[in-house]
Design a protein around this ligand. Structure first.
Ligand code: CA
Length: 218
């Protein structure tokens, strides 16, 4: 699951980005509203967390623009205001939910999970393959009915492979789906994670085709 975070407050942005990554989401953080449109056009996001009080282009304008562009992704507003009129305006403009600052991080996580779950498209159903079962919203993995503990990157790679079960996925595609913008990717990183996943799920769980990529057999 990939989240776009738009927040101009550096301290809050940094802590939200770190907290969401700890929860195993890929997060891209923008400090202003102007690049949101091109970011949404270039990358498929599962959720937008949008601060209303942004410099230059206000959050409400960003929200109206993306709904005018027919972007369907769920939007969670962050707002310092808490008058009823502001909340109604935000919901009328196409937001799905809002949080008034200051808020507890646990509440943010709960809202994020609820929105991802409510979104209810194919992405929200449990993914299966090679005896593995993965719930992309609750971020849980079972293998032979045992709950597994995976790192964020292991989880992200496994999720992409299971979404494409039966098809080979290139290393570049796995890197792109696993790393947020600006993160350093070591050249053998994907191989390292694939080898860890094989140790856990058995060597037959993931096939390699040299020069093509990896797949979980159907
Ligand atoms: Ca702000």
């Amino acid at each position: 699951m990939r989240i776009l975070l738009v927040e101009d407050d550096t301290q809050l942005g940094e802590s939200l980005e770190a907290a969401l990554r700890m929860e195993q989401y890929a997060v891209d953080w923008l400090r202003s509203g102007e690049p949101v449109r091109s970011a949404l056009g270039a990358t498929p996001y599962d959720l937008l967390i949008l601060d209303l009080g942004l410099p230059v282009v206000p959050g409400m304008q960003v929200l109206r623009q993306l709904r005018a562009d027919k972007q369907q992704l769920p939007v969670l507003l962050l707002t310092a205001r808490n008058t009823v009129a502001d909340k109604v305006d935000g919901l009328d403009a196409g937001a799905d939910d809002y949080l008034t600052k200051p808020f507890e991080i646990a509440e943010l996580f709960a809202r994020v999970r609820a929105l991802l779950r409510r979104n209810g498209d194919h992405k929200a159903t449990r993914l299966q393959g090679a005896g593995i079962s993965l719930d992309p919203v609750d971020r849980q993995v079972w293998f032979e009915d045992q709950l597994q503990t995976l790192t964020a990157r292991e989880f992200a790679i496994l999720e992409i492979l299971l979404r494409n079960a039966g098809r080979f996925v290139s290393r570049a595609r796995l890197e792109e789906g696993t790393y947020s913008w600006g993160e350093e990717v070591e050249s053998n990183t994907v191989e390292v994670y694939i080898s860890r996943l094989r140790k856990r799920f058995g060597s037959a769980a993931i096939e390699t085709m040299r020069g093509v990529g990896y797949r979980i057999p159907d």
